[in-house]
Design a protein around this ligand. Structure first.
Ligand SMILES: Nc1ncnc2c1ncn2[C@@H]1O[C@H](COP(=O)(O)OP(=O)(O)OP(=O)(O)O)[C@@H](O)[C@H]1O
Ligand SMILES: [Mg+2]
Length: 221
């Protein structure tokens, strides 16, 4: 589903060069639930962004769903990203001026889905994360765990083959964290969604199929 070949990422500023990723080779088969751990700054978010085609590697090649990605800025890549991938960001990235329902509909706006179908699909996604009764709330009116669940609903609304989650339980207490973990596990087992999750929590990582550890941009286990 995702194949990384010798992926490196170097950030250059005037004074300093940072190797965020150093020749990462990783093959994530369809249906796998993979977790990524490692100390702060070791390159986890960089790796996830590269897998999600949000960021371009300095070196190496990437295949997603059998397709090799060349032009990151092209419309085809945007369309591909929109159709194949769902993102859950640590800081939620919800739009404060939009209702919960409108936030969840967002990924569908870039597809040819009618307004009626969008509402129906967004409602179904909200129902699956237990938030059917919060549709017309605004993000500021939700708890942290509820915001995270809205972010999950938005990630799954278009039924993506791959979900990339950057510390989806990082801001949550253990009860909420376990709830979010249960939702992801269910997507993986019932829909066969491939999931890559960055986490700082060993107990969450234990619930996934495989754990990859990064240290200073290199894979160490
Ligand atoms: N835009 C950028 N310009 C320069 N350096 C960057 C940039 N983005 C990230 N870096 C550097 O790349 C390294 C990896 O960053 P990354 O965000 O991937 O770490 P992380 O493992 O996700 O850390 P955390 O657990 O704190 O989220 C860090 O040393 C960071 O300072
Ligand atoms: Mg990070």
């Amino acid at each position: 589903m995702i194949k990384l070949n010798k992926i490196s990422k170097v950030y250059r500023t005037k004074t300093i060069e940072t190797t965020a990723l150093n020749e990462i080779d990783l093959h994530i088969p369809k249906g796998e639930f993979l977790s990524i751990m490692g100390p702060s700054g070791c390159g986890k978010s960089t790796l996830l962004n590269i897998m999600g085609l949000l960021d371009e590697p300095s070196d190496g090649s990437i295949l997603v769903s059998g397709q090799s990605i060349k032009n990151y800025a092209s419309r085809e890549t945007s369309k591909f990203r929109n159709q194949k991938l769902g993102f859950i960001f640590q800081s939620f990235h919800l739009i404060p001026d939009l209702s919960v329902l409108d936030n969840v509909e967002l990924p569908l706006l870039y597809r040819n889905v009618s307004s009626k179908d969008r509402k129906q699909m967004a409602s179904a996604a909200l129902e699956s994360v237990g938030l059917a009764n919060r549709k017309s709330h605004f993000p500021s009116q939700l708890s942290g765990g509820q915001k995270q669940r809205v972010a999950i609903a938005r990630a799954i609304v278009g039924n993506p083959e791959i979900i990339l989650a950057d510390e989806p339980t990082g801001n949550l207490d253990s009860v909420m964290g376990n709830e979010v973990m249960d939702i992801l596990t269910k997507l993986n087992t019932q829909n066969g969604t491939t999931i890559v999750m960055v986490t700082h929590d060993e107990s969450m990582a234990k619930k996934t199929h495989r754990l990859v550890r990064l240290y200073d941009g290199s894979q160490v286990a």
